[in-house]
Write a protein that binds this ligand. Structure first.
Ligand code: CMC
Length: 435
């Protein structure tokens, strides 16, 4: 409610201060407590930022209780059904959907920026053949800062936009190059005549003797559609761990390419984007339908570190709307590719048994976006180690949108949290002979 406040009272010294509630356009308001330390001499303690709004943002809205996800106000279901990925990237970056000419220009700019410097290409030679593609992605995207540093003025909006589109354009090229290096195939250059998803598939799978997508543009449209959908669903998710990492790094005024590399590193973990790879590994470990109850029991056992990967979410406590869309697409893709993947049957059994189980019901643990995305990627012949890289390509649109948003806000201070110190009190140094 307008003008509502939150009254905080220190029961020790009786001091009380009223703090204003900042109003959201949708969802929870936030109490403005930046003066709390000055007023009361104490910090807030919120490990994992469960109740902390770290910034205000106009980009993405999530209602975790009702399974709602909006990009710039548009429901994810509508965008997933009707848009191409670059259209969504434009929306995230600029705040409005592009008209036909704007989209044409944007696509052309992205295509123009897809090529990478020959010297950057040689960076891949420095990686051992079995380097994980995510490790290569972190390294190579970070090293873009070496190519675009002296000319990068983050105070200039034109240069900022250029850096953002450059990142979206180059990410599939670098991603595909990581894969090709790991399997010892020569690098494939991006093509100006292909769409974003087509270009990525062509760079991934072309052989020297045969273009994956020939001059007649033949490629199964179902493959491109599925990839486009997955990219849209993964494009942004408000202040998730990797986006918060990008924002935190960027708050210091660091080079944007280095900030995005930091985001990629944060995405890699199995609790975040690494979950799609972990889901496939988990299903392979479960192996057979008979083993499903045993693994559900393991996931419920607090003495066992095993968790059902692709289940649960910090924000969604009802259902993840992205998982609902992906589940449907999974059936369509498997039908199209005529893939009778036993892992899909296994995934359905895990989902069915977990959703009936009191433990998962009580803790509100539902399949998240990563539970099914890996199965679709597998049907498209994307190798398992590349799954999180796929996530990173898509999430780059969100990362750069958040970076652009925070750079526009000149009042944004450096992110510098405090802590609750629980270490030893002051003590005097002891000479090594007296310890
Ligand atoms: N399997 C078994 N138990 C679980 C799971 C799971 N997947 N997820 C949460 N729990 C339990 C957890 O043990 C805890 O139990 P208790 O309260 O008895 O200690 C309770 O549920 C709450 O879990 P939490 O870890 O405190 O919840 P969180 O909000 O901090 O973590 C999560 C969210 C996504 C990290 C977690 O659910 C998880 O580790 N899931 C598996 C990994 C995964 O699928 N990650 C992808 C997230 S979606 C993609 C993305 O946006 O990155």
């Amino acid at each position: 409610m307008a003008n509502d406040t939150l009254l905080i009272k220190h029961t020790g010294n009786g001091k009380q201060v009223e703090y204003p509630l900042l109003q959201s356009t949708l969802g929870a308001d936030a109490v403005e407590i930046r003066n709390l330390y000055k007023d009361m001499g104490c910090f807030t303690h919120d490990p994992g930022f469960v109740s902390t709004a770290s910034c205000s943002s106009k980009i993405t809205y999530i209602d975790g209780d009702n399974g709602v996800l909006l990009y710039r106000g548009y429901p994810i279901e509508q965008l997933a059904d009707q848009c191409e990925f670059t259209e969504v990237a434009y929306l995230l970056m600029h705040g409005e959907l592009p008209n036909q000419q704007q989209l044409l220009n944007f696509n052309q700019e992205i295509n123009d920026r897809a090529v990478i410097h020959e010297s950057l290409r040689k960076f891949f030679d420095g990686f051992h053949y079995d380097a994980h593609p995510m490790a290569m992605l972190v390294g190579v995207v970070g090293s873009l800062s070496a190519f675009y540093h002296s000319e990068m003025n983050i105070k200039d909006p034109v240069q900022r936009l250029r850096a953002a589109t450059r990142l979206i354009g180059k990410m599939p090229t670098i991603a595909a190059a990581s894969f090709r290096h790991s399997v010892g195939r020569p690098f494939v250059y991006p093509r100006i005549d292909l769409s974003y998803c087509e270009n990525f598939l062509n760079m991934m799978f072309s052989r020297s003797s045969q273009n994956y997508i020939d001059q007649n543009h033949y490629i199964d449209p179902g493959y491109v559609k599925a990839l486009n959908l997955l990219f849209i669903l993964h494009a942004d998710h408000e202040q998730n761990a990797s986006t918060s990492t990008v924002r935190l790094a960027a708050s210091t005024g660091a080079n944007p390419y280095a900030c995005i590399a930091a985001g990629i590193a944060a995405l890699w973990g199995p609790a975040h984007g690494g979950a799609n790879e972990a889901v496939l590994n988990m299903l392979a470990e479960i192996g057979t339908l008979e083993n499903v109850p045993k693994y559900i029991a393991k996931a419920k056992d607090h003495n066992d570190p095993f968790r059902l990967m692709g289940f649960g979410h910090r924000v969604y406590k009802n259902f993840d709307p992205r998982a609902t869309i992906i589940r449907k697409t999974c059936y369509q893709v498997l039908e199209k590719t005529q893939s009778n993947d036993p892992l899909f049957e296994l995934a359905l059994a895990v989902e069915e048994q977990a959703l009936k189980d009191d433990y998962f019901i009580e803790k509100k643990l539902y399949p998240n976006v990563d539970f099914y995305s890996g199965i679709i990627y597998k049907a498209l012949n994307i190798p398992v180690e590349m799954f999180t890289v796929m996530f990173a390509i898509a999430r780059t649109a969100g990362w750069v949108a958040h970076w652009l948003e925070m750079m526009e806000d000149s009042s944004m201070p450096i992110s510098r949290p405090r802590q609750l110190y629980v270490g030893p009190p002051r003590r005097d140094f002891l000479n090594i002979h007296n310890r």
